[in-house]
Write a protein that binds this ligand. Structure first.
Ligand code: ATR
Length: 235
């Protein structure tokens, strides 16, 4: 039995009412649970564990709804009829494709360094609004929303995006966050985009959605949590 599996079992055996799971354990969590929700199935990953009794676990994925809530509710970014670009085709990208499409985006383009991975996602989701391209093929429609779902920000690496192309976007969102603006956020600022955001709000909103699962719909004051977290990291 893996250490992750043992830790989860022990947590629920000793009365844990719910748990969030983060990188790099979301796939292991997916394999471990008894049932998965449709959105976890689509994401291919589990970030929320809900005990069902008798040692059984439900696996959910609230990352997509977390992103959608942060963009739409907190940041007032329209998704319906919007051109949206996702940079990256790994687990982080996969988890947010279906929730973004559900909001009625005009188009969703997955740009990735390795085109094969982006093509695979397009095949899997099979939606007419979904397209794949390499970074050097990317054209960004005016007013688009560009979301960084690559792990490049983790290592402080810039993405191979043309500044004059990026400048067409109206909003840039990095699913990563940190005390300082990420490399992608800096690229977006340099391109002249004024609405540039990190993923702290997504982190809190996915937790808020998970909290509701664990506490019979009880709502978390997510805006207050975001504010407190920003204060604590010295922003
Ligand atoms: P995660 O689950 O966090 O999405 P992942 O599955 O390892 O992590 O995927 C990482 C993503 O970041 C991939 O899309 C990867 O591109 P490749 O598919 O070409 O590997 C992308 N990525 C990581 N570092 C990058 C960099 N320096 N430039 C461009 N893309 C990068």
């Amino acid at each position: 039995m893996s250490r992750f599996r043992r830790t989860v079992a022990e947590f629920f055996r000793t009365g844990g009412v719910g748990a969030n799971v983060t990188v790099p354990f979301k796939q292991q969590a997916f394999d471990l649970v008894t049932y998965v929700t449709t959105r976890a199935q689509q994401a291919g990953a589990v970030n929320t564990l809900v005990p069902l009794g008798y040692g059984q676990l439900l696996g959910d994925n609230t990352d997509g709804i977390g992103l959608v809530r942060d963009l739409q509710t907190n940041l007032q970014q329209k998704l319906t009829n919007r051109d949206v670009i996702i940079l990256g085709a790994g687990g982080a990208a996969r988890g947010v494709i279906a929730p973004l499409i559900e909001q009625g985006v005009a188009s969703l383009t997955i740009a990735n360094r390795t085109i094969e991975k982006a093509n695979l996602l397009v095949e899997q989701f099979a939606q007419p609004s979904l397209h794949a391209c390499r970074f050097d093929q990317l054209t960004i429609p005016t007013g688009a929303l560009v979301i960084n779902a690559t792990s490049a920000s983790l290592s402080g690496q810039k993405l191979p995006l043309k500044t004059n192309e990026l400048a067409h976007a109206e909003c840039a969102y990095d699913m990563m966050y940190g005390a300082q603006p990420t490399a992608f956020m800096q690229q977006a600022q340099q391109a002249g985009i004024t609405a540039v955001h990190d993923g702290l709000g997504m982190l809190v909103e996915q937790a808020g959605a998970a909290f509701q699962m664990w506490h019979e719909g009880a709502e978390l004051d997510t805006l207050k949590v975001i504010q407190k977290l920003r204060e604590s990291i010295g922003e």
